[in-house]
Design a protein around this ligand. Structure first.
Ligand code: P1T
Length: 383
């Protein structure tokens, strides 16, 4: 199995035919409990908060795709949402510990760190992790976790994972990489030295905007055991139906990402050349400050594009009201294209902080529709 390539692993890892029936697709084990032959004598499953076979298959699939080294005894923990995954990682910390996080990140991640974990005595510092000097300045002896997002949400900054890992290791801090925007198809942070990979599986992994879920992946057996303990102790598990939807969605991750990347690249070029647009953020554009590192660190530039229209906030509001194919909605990573204004939608919680985003910023989650139709839709909406 380990010699198989990404697209093959996506379809086969954790998905052997069902041993009881030969079913070619992993069944939805809709059960909360498992009958025991005698007290403590069972087939490996006791209660579905602790483990469920559909979730086990999903965890095997995700771990394999993130390149978990089978010899390292690592693995994945699938969770009830991306933020549940982040919260479990937060439980690894103690009062007095510090988290260094990016000055551009998903608003909900910031809210969890600054308004929940902070109340439990965990300090935080926001810094521009795309600047090596700023990382060195931000990381101190009390830093126990460096949280990376790359590309960041919503400004698509690129962080050099290996460089940040080197600084974090110098003070013994763990490094977690939120790999939601890139997916393991485009970027594998564990191979660059990260300790933990986090996903909002709600997005590209699921791929169809029909479920909310998350995942944590690690090569470290001790961390995996601790996270499994924390999940069982606190309870944020995905149900078997959600696990099945993810298993099914992930099978096509590679082909979907190829199309997301191609469409987003064409749209970024279209927007960059248009005088009705002020600025475009997309790591695939040679003009983007993260382009070189993205080329080295990723095998494609992803499906997210952000831009500011020349007409400011007023223009932004009318553009998002005029698109027909790009639905005005939060979230991202589904087959259908979405458009939103982060300042008042996904990132309302960062207003007035170091993470504040431009008020006229528009974020596109470019779907896998025909690219010519998507460009016509934006062309019309730009007015
Ligand atoms: O929504 P949830 O599955 O809990 O995942 C949270 C999360 C974590 N990390 C990143 C990079 C994310 O983008 C998200 C969720 N983001 C959105 C809902 C959004 O529209 O940006």
């Amino acid at each position: 199995m380990t010699e198989d390539r990404f697209e093959t692993i996506a379809i086969h890892a954790g998905q052997d035919p069902d041993p009881t029936t030969g079913a070619a697709v992993v069944p939805i084990y809709a059960t909360s409990t498992y009958v025991q032959e005698a007290p403590g004598v069972h087939k490996g499953y006791e209660y579905s908060r602790t483990d469920n076979p559909t979730r086990t298959a999903l965890q095997t699939q995700i771990a394999a795709l993130e390149g978990v080294d089978p010899a390292a005894d690592g693995g994945a923990v699938a969770t009830s949402s991306g933020l549940a995954a982040t919260a479990l990682i937060g439980y690894l910390l103690k009062p007095g510990d510090r988290i260094v996080l990016p000055d551009d990140a998903y608003g909900g991640t910031f809210r969890l760190i600054a308004r929940v974990l902070a109340d439990h005595g965990i300090a935080w510092t926001a810094a521009d992790l795309s600047s090596p000097e700023k990382v060195v300045e931000a990381v101190t002896s009390d830093t126990k976790l460096v949280w990376i997002e790359t590309p960041t949400n919503p400004l698509l900054k690129i962080v050099d994972i290996e460089a940040v890992v080197a600084v974090a290791k110098s003070v013994g801090a763990l490094v977690a990489v939120d790999n939601t925007f890139a997916t393991p198809y485009l970027q594998q942070p564990l191979s660059l030295g990260a300790d933990l990979v986090v996903h909002s599986a709600t997005k590209y992994l699921g791929g169809h905007s029909d479920t909310v879920a998350g995942a944590i992946v690690t090569n470290d057996a001790e961390l995996l055991e601790r996270l499994r303990f924390l999940q069982n102790a606190t309870g944020p598990v995905p149900g078997p139906f959600d696990s099945y939807l993810l298993l099914r969605g992930i099978k096509t991750l590679g082909v979907r990402m190829d199309r997301h990347c191609a469409n987003a690249g064409a749209i970024a070029e279209f927007l960059e050349a248009d005088p009705r647009v002020d600025h475009v953020w997309y790591p695939g554009l040679p003009s983007d400050p993260g382009h070189e590192i993205a080329q080295r660190q990723m095998s494609g530039f992803g499906g997210m594009v952000s831009f500011t229209p020349a007409g400011g906030v007023e223009a932004a509001n009318s553009i998002v009201a005029r698109t027909r194919l790009f639905f005005l909605a939060e979230s991202l990573g589904g087959v259908e294209s979405l458009i939103e204004i982060p300042a008042v939608m996904t990132h309302a919680s960062v207003e007035g902080t170091d993470l504040e985003v431009p008020a006229s910023l528009i974020r596109l989650s470019v779907g896998i529709e025909h690219v010519d139709d998507l460009i016509s839709d934006l062309d019309r909406a730009l007015g």
